[in-house]
Design a protein around this ligand. Sequence first.
Ligand code: ATP
Ligand code: MG
Length: 235
Amino acid sequence: MPVITFANTKGGAGKTTAVLLLATELARLGFRVSVLDADPQHWITRWYENSEGALGRRLNVVPYVTMSTIDRQLAEEKARADFVLIDLPGSRSSLLAKAVGHADYVLIPVQGSAMDAQGGANVIELLQYLEDKADIRIRHSVVLTRVNSMVTTRAMNAVKDLLAARRVHLLETPIIERSAFRDIFGCGGTLYSMDAKRVSNLDKAQENARVLALEVLQQVPRSVPAAVPGLRDVA
Ligand SMILES: Nc1ncnc2c1ncn2[C@@H]1O[C@H](COP(=O)(O)OP(=O)(O)OP(=O)(O)O)[C@@H](O)[C@H]1O
Ligand SMILES: [Mg+2]
């Protein structure tokens, strides 16, 4: 089943946050989702240990994914999940090349900053290399992260212009800067088990994650199994 790899060689671009939002949202929509946690900070693994039963058996997290284990772990999870999401370290590594090479779709989280854009460009260069040298074409998109809900910054516009000039696909849905997206790692559970009285704009965070997941599903259309309960209602 399709593999979505999240990659940006710049640390802190928002990869792990994007993986968690998408994983929990896809599981909520009824898909079986596995996350391969190759981030040395193990945030998703820790979140999962704190969130027992939050999404039943629809979500599985595989901890401690390394260069020597990824092939086996990926094969196992592909066999049982509708989507496999890979969370990578924020650096150039042979693991990055492998996880990108195995992907059906690569999502590149980029904050509105030149450094993040450069980290994203490294991933796009790798994708280009695979296409030129090995004729492997992997669909990919940039997703803007930590976007201010009130203002569009000049740096953000510069990143958008750069992507358009290079004809890199940009998801229409950005990931907005929301306290819910930070707090979820501390409190565990999902955006739907958080207390709306304690987390500001929780409803907007939920809507952001939902719309993001639906847009990603459109980008990986062949992967949508026919009989996902309720999916037609939300799409
Ligand atoms: N949309 C968001 N709203 C609020 N905080 C965010 C958002 N996205 C990321 N953050 C915060 O920014 C920091 C970096 O995010 P994250 O850990 O997701 O990045 P990363 O790319 O996985 O980093 P690394 O390369 O170190 O693995 C974290 O403290 C996270 O809580
Ligand atoms: Mg991370």
